[in-house]
Design a protein around this ligand. Structure first.
Ligand SMILES: NC(=O)C1=CN([C@@H]2O[C@H](COP(=O)(O)OP(=O)(O)OC[C@H]3O[C@@H](n4cnc5c(N)ncnc54)[C@H](OP(=O)(O)O)[C@@H]3O)[C@@H](O)[C@H]2O)C=CC1
Ligand SMILES: O=C(O)C1=N[C@H](C(=O)O)C[C@H](O)C1
Length: 267
């Protein structure tokens, strides 16, 4: 029999958090022990209309929640400021974070890694939980060795707070590891409208599109004389992220170290 995993979820009323509640509801060995929310302190998840009928107390004070509740894993699906604080607190309490929240700075990720090492507590930072997106990143990394000229175009819904997306940043880092660094485009190119060429990363460009109608999409386009290669992935439903959340929760229990990207757990 699989051991029960006690979960604390931050952001239960959000687009991802509410989908994660459904995942918990349909997974026998996942037990929701508390939620961290911006509102509804002292209430219960099953008091809130529209959310699954799960019996778990709501806390607005994360410190209090970690002091009072015995959780194995924190799933954070909030925003960069709050998510970073939750992740720090979880590690200080030796609760293993699974972080879907995007928009952390390099300094914040380094601090999370340091805390994970100091407290010997596993943490999974997942820029994208969708398995197809993880493969898209890996395929892009493979292509970058042979096609060093590349641009990333990521497209998201217009409620997204951070740009570029966490997926685009991670893809860029993976490409950087594989390709010979170079500055792309004409050496004398000039923007006649600010931002026209997108953000710069290691000499190549990242473009962020924000429109209603999208969930999440990314196209990585490679070019060389006479040919182009595109690697694309689309999430059309947030259900696409849930098998990755499930996988990350089960994996973080088995690891005591900092893991940045699900690809590091898949091979
Ligand atoms: N890794 C991945 O695969 C994916 C990651 N994401 C990332 O997950 C995060 C959440 O995305 P999404 O669900 O779309 O965003 P939403 O805005 O729909 O949800 C965020 C939730 O966090 C809540 N929140 C804000 N402050 C606090 C707080 N202090 N304590 C607890 N909860 C708080 C918000 O509450 P309120 O509404 O009251 O402000 C809201 O319910 C984002 O960073 C996004 O980029 C998204 C999809 C996939
Ligand atoms: O905000 C979102 O929606 C998403 N955020 C993550 C990111 O920043 O890459 C993952 C996915 O793209 C959806």
């Amino acid at each position: 029999m699989t051991n029960t995993i006690n979960l604390m979820l931050a952001g239960p009323r959000g687009k991802m958090g509410s989908e994660a509640l459904k995942l918990v509801e349909r997974t026998d060995h996942f037990q929701l022990v508390a939620c961290l929310d911006r509102k509804h302190d002292g209430m219960n998840i099953n008091d809130i209309d529209g959310l699954p009928n799960l019996d778990a107390p709501i806390y607005t004070d994360a410190n209090q929640a970690f002091d009072e509740v015995n959780a194995d894993v924190l799933i954070d699906l909030t925003n960069p400021e709050v998510g970073y604080e939750h992740t720090r607190l979880a590690l200080l309490h030796r609760v293993r974070p699974v972080v879907g929240t995007s928009g952390f700075t390099t300094e914040q990720l380094n601090e999370i890694k340091r805390l994970s090492e100091d407290y010997q507590t596993g943490v999974v930072i997942a820029p994208n939980f969708a398995m197809g997106a993880v493969l898209m990143m890996r395929f892009s990394q493979m292509a970058a060795k042979y096609f060093p000229n590349v641009e990333i175009i990521e497209k998201h819904h217009d409620q997204k707070l951070d740009a570029p997306s966490g997926t685009a940043v991670k893809t860029a880092q993976m490409i950087e590891e594989a390709r010979e660094s170079q500055k792309q485009g004409h050496p004398e190119e000039k923007e006649t409208m600010s931002g026209a060429r997108g953000a710069d990363y290691d000499g190549f460009k990242i473009h962020s599109v924000r429109l209603p109608g999208y969930v999440a999409e990314q196209e990585v386009t490679f070019g060389q004389a006479g040919q182009t290669l595109k690697v694309t992935h689309s999430s059309t439903d947030r259900y696409s992220f849930m098998s990755g959340v499930h996988f990350a929760v089960e994996q973080v229990i088995e690891h005591d170290e900092y893991i940045y990207g699900l690809e590091n757990l898949m091979e």
